[in-house]
Design a protein around this ligand. Sequence first.
Ligand SMILES: Cc1cc2nc3c(=O)[nH]c(=O)nc-3n(C[C@H](O)[C@H](O)[C@H](O)COP(=O)(O)OP(=O)(O)OC[C@H]3O[C@@H](n4cnc5c(N)ncnc54)[C@H](O)[C@@H]3O)c2cc1C
Length: 463
Amino acid sequence: MSTINGGISFWYATDGIPTPREPLPGDATADVVIVGGGYTGLWTAYYLKKAAPFLNITVLESRFCGYGASGRNGGWLYNGIAGRDRYAKLHGQESAVRLQQAMNDTVDEVVRVAAEESIDADIHQGGVLEVACTPSQLGRLKAFHAAETAFGEKDRILLGARETADRIRVSGAVGSTWTPHGARIHPVKLLKGLAAAVEALGVTVYESTPVTEIRPRHAVTPYGTVRAPYILRCTEGFTASLKGQRRSWLPMNSSMIATEPLGPEMWEAIGWAGRETLGDMAHAYMYAQRTADDRIALGGRGVPYRFGSRTDNDGRTQASTVEALRELLVRFFPQLAGVRVSHAWSGVLGVPRDWCASVTLDRTTGLGWAGGYVGSGVATANLAARTLRDLVRQDSGQAGGTSLTALPWVNHEVRRWEPEPLRWLGVQGMYAAYRAADRRERLGHGAATDRIAVLADRIAGRH
Ligand SMILES: Cc1cc2nc3c(=O)[nH]c(=O)nc-3n(C[C@H](O)[C@H](O)[C@H](O)COP(=O)(O)OP(=O)(O)OC[C@H]3O[C@@H](n4cnc5c(N)ncnc54)[C@H](O)[C@@H]3O)c2cc1C
């Protein structure tokens, strides 16, 4: 049997793609409008309605809840947050440590709410294992480990080659770092459970309802306009398609493959009994999980960006990307050379020009937004949502500021991306440089990071 490519993602394979809820029936009013039914939008609706049940909250989703990255991701619920190091430089180390601590707590918060709402999302709290396979990767791994420890992660451990193999036998792995602040999840099971919980609380969710324009106090759709004092934009990788937003967060592609279920003899050879989420220290890094039904789902960059900020066609990815991810899988686990890749898909995540996630509420217009998570959005969306809740409640006089509204990523301003073709050329060039650096590091013996990658990072504005 051949690989199923697209169909949104493998995570829809069991239950199929859902029939959308009803669209907006006509002009309407609300207290809060949320644009986008992914984790950011749904968590925001959840926490706001819980805190203030009297609020009339409407979610407007262009396709169906979970159509975007929240229904396609690698299922790493973990404590990484894009931009922390820059926030440390801008606001001080202590402030960034608070942000990191909030992220550590967020992993537990998602697990707690899932249990409270009886959402079975195949959650397994096995932590995150990141491996190094070259001398340069090992150098970066040790530096990364030291930096995370300095941000308060005293429970993180550094593992040698043998200890790494005791957990997962990745071919050529010479070391790893493990943190307990991570869990493997089934992205769509979490999403669907959350959408049901939100509706049960009394939030109105309209699907097949694209918002064509956001103005202060107005969300415009082909079916009517919803007026509300607060309009919260939760569209992450799709943001560039909204009027006036073409050069804000760049839609970066990420692609994934899933193998067929692997038998006990394969798992005997691989290990991975702890079901940690697994990543590496390459510049064009990979991320993987062992699924509840014993497949490996593995992702990486593929074609990073489409000209003009276009997004994919219902998750289809290029044949060359499927092949590249398959080669990566076999490089990690040579015994899987004959294994069938059952599914392949892709999605978009949002990348701000300075690579920093942020959450904002403009108090003069009532417009808010959260995102730019740069591929670390599964847990971050939950922290962003609780922060949007607190910002709306503070602004409307329902409550004062909180520890979350004081975090350094709140109301962070970022410049826009360059116009095309510079944007396209820049991103293509950056990933070509990363791939070249990864190749050179695999052949080289030094512990230093390849200078092509250092230069690409600097030009891209990442460090
Ligand atoms: C392949 C892939 C793998 C990833 N793996 C991980 C991972 O393992 N761990 C991790 O932490 N992060 C991962 N990420 C990132 C993470 O999934 C996202 O950052 C996160 O899901 C973003 O959630 P969101 O709700 O902000 O956006 P989305 O989930 O993209 O939701 C946005 C929603 O808005 C809707 N929408 C768009 N435009 C409009 C409009 N005009 N009107 C109305 N609705 C609109 C879309 O249909 C969509 O449902 C991955 C991303 C991808 C693509």
